[in-house]
Design a protein around this ligand. Structure first.
Ligand SMILES: Nc1ncnc2c1ncn2[C@@H]1O[C@H](COP(=O)(O)OP(=O)(O)OP(=O)(O)O)[C@@H](O)[C@H]1O
Ligand SMILES: O=c1[nH]cnc2c1ncn2[C@@H]1O[C@H](CO)[C@@H](O)[C@H]1O
Length: 434
């Protein structure tokens, strides 16, 4: 496990050095002790440059993700081929991206659940998917299907905005019995997307998802939900509010999804509202950067030394140097908030925004899993006198998430092609001091 945040400063602890006061550290095994698990619709992103007329012609909605029927997919694909518009093909899927990115950042294990073709052809979509997933993402629990994985036509307009058209193939055929109980039981987090319920009647994916949620609840594993697209939320916002209250600890969304969910266009107010249902919120806001909102123990709050920010909640970042806790673990819960503007003002030229939010969530998961790892190895550390959820403060997690988003914006693929630059391993020197 690589550590996030200020690794060379006081938070760094050399768990691999022999310190007789620490629990003997277990030799690194392939399965490790800390991992995250996610469920996804297995998808390959087929990226093409198109104009808005193309998007309208196929009944799509700019900036969003819609499912298309096979005949529409065939016509769309034929036009892309005929006009030679396809520029890239990548492994995709919002949770697949997040698991891959987590493994790249943490240099550690994530487990991906979903379907995979029983019969993989060299050079085919399934092959590309497997080749473009981190070797630290455990794919051993994928369920075989006799048919194709999904395709996500990723249509990029001139300003870098992306529109998705999903041709599902067999991506929703994941069955409840393919969810491994022990993998969920031992995970630091179970990561889901609201896309998982976007299925045809009778497809087993939603049931498989609920099986995973049931086990997560049984073993007290925090469930993380990323909202995916505003359309899925807009169809039934009350369903999602109930789902969050019932099952979810950590919510990731962008400001449009936040608006559909809460009725608040202001990302800070949307995040604050969502704290009625969940313990921790990450709300990305495109060129306005990102917000986090969560809880900490009143007596453990830490004052920021950054300028206090104006906003719909005055001086909302006052305690952003506090570490997040689950509501249920606080005796006197205090709401804490943080905001950060895009790293370096954003890249000079954005390749495309695809996956920027998935990158931010992967950074947050890294911080949470680092906390579990540290707790397992150094259980009597002062860092664990309370049952914290994150390893770092809210402010630090914001910086890290934002830094990772920048890295994704700066490249074509929605998945990190490499970790952050090595010299930033001591993040003091590069980013964090700026
Ligand atoms: N135009 C931009 N300029 C600068 N930074 C940006 C821009 N767009 C996105 N970012 C950065 O990327 C982060 C995530 O972006 P965004 O809100 O677009 O995520 P998203 O809509 O969830 O993306 P996706 O669903 O494609 O993963 C932002 O918090 C910000 O740091
Ligand atoms: O319906 C869907 N299910 C799962 N993933 C999706 C869906 N639509 C788009 N993406 C994925 O979202 C990623 C960027 O966040 C893209 O890589 C795309 O594959």
């Amino acid at each position: 496990m690589k550590f996030p945040g200020q690794r060379k400063s006081k938070h760094y602890f050399p768990v691999n050095a022999r310190d007789p006061l620490l629990q003997p550290v277990q030799p690194e095994s392939e399965t490790g002790t800390s991992w995250v698990v996610g469920i996804d619709q297995t998808l390959v992103d087929i990226e093409a440059k198109v104009d808005n007329a193309f998007v309208a012609r196929y009944g799509l909605s700019v900036g969003h993700s819609l499912v298309i029927e096979d005949d529409v997919a065939d016509a769309l694909y034929a036009e892309l081929m005929r006009e030679n518009l396809i520029t890239h093909q990548f492994a995709g899927g919002t949770i697949g991206n997040t698991m891959h990115n987590y493994s790249v950042l943490a240099d550690d294990r994530s487990v991906l659940l979903g379907v995979m073709c029983n019969n993989v052809q060299i050079g085919g979509y399934a092959y590309r998917y497997l080749c473009n997933t981190s070797s630290r993402t455990d794919l051993n629990y994928l369920q075989g299907v006799d048919g194709a994985i999904g395709r996500c036509f990723t249509l990029i307009s001139d300003n870098g905005e992306r529109t998705f058209a999903i041709s599902p193939g067999m991506m929703n055929q994941l069955r409840p019995e393919s969810i491994p109980e022990q993998v969920i039981a031992g995970a630091s987090a179970l990561v889901l997307t609201s896309y998982l319920v976007r299925c045809k009647a009778g497809e087993p994916m939603p049931e498989a998802t609920m099986q995973a949620v049931a086990w997560a609840k049984q073993y007290n594993v925090p469930v993380v939900l990323t909202l995916g697209t505003k359309h899925v939320i807009a169809e039934n916002p009350q369903f999602w509010r109930d789902f969050l209250r019932e099952h979810v600890a950590i919510l990731a969304m962008n400001e449009e999804e936040g608006l559909e969910l809460t009725g608040h266009a202001d990302p800070l107010l949307a995040a604050d509202k969502a704290l009625e249902w969940v313990d921790l919120v990450l709300c990305t806001a495109g060129p306005n950067g990102l917000y986090m909102a969560g809880y900490t123990e009143e007596s453990a709050k830490r004052q920021t030394n950054l300028p206090l920010l104006p906003g719909a909640i005055a001086e909302f970042n006052q305690y952003e140097f506090s570490r997040a806790m689950r509501y249920q673990d606080c005796q006197q819960p205090l709401r804490i908030y943080s905001h950060i503007a895009p790293y370096m003002g954003g890249p000079e030229k954005i390749m495309n925004t695809n996956g920027a939010g998935d990158g931010a969530l992967a950074a947050l998961l890294h911080d949470i899993t680092a906390n579990s790892y540290h707790r397992n190895n150094v259980p009597n550390s002062s860092k664990h006198v309370r049952n914290y959820l994150t390893y770092s403060s809210l402010a630090q997690v914001c910086k890290y998430a934002n830094r990772v988003s920048y890295q994704v914006l700066n490249q074509h693929s929605p998945r990190l092609t490499r970790g952050l630059p090595e010299r930033e391993d001591s993040l003091e020197e590069a980013y964090w001091e700026r």
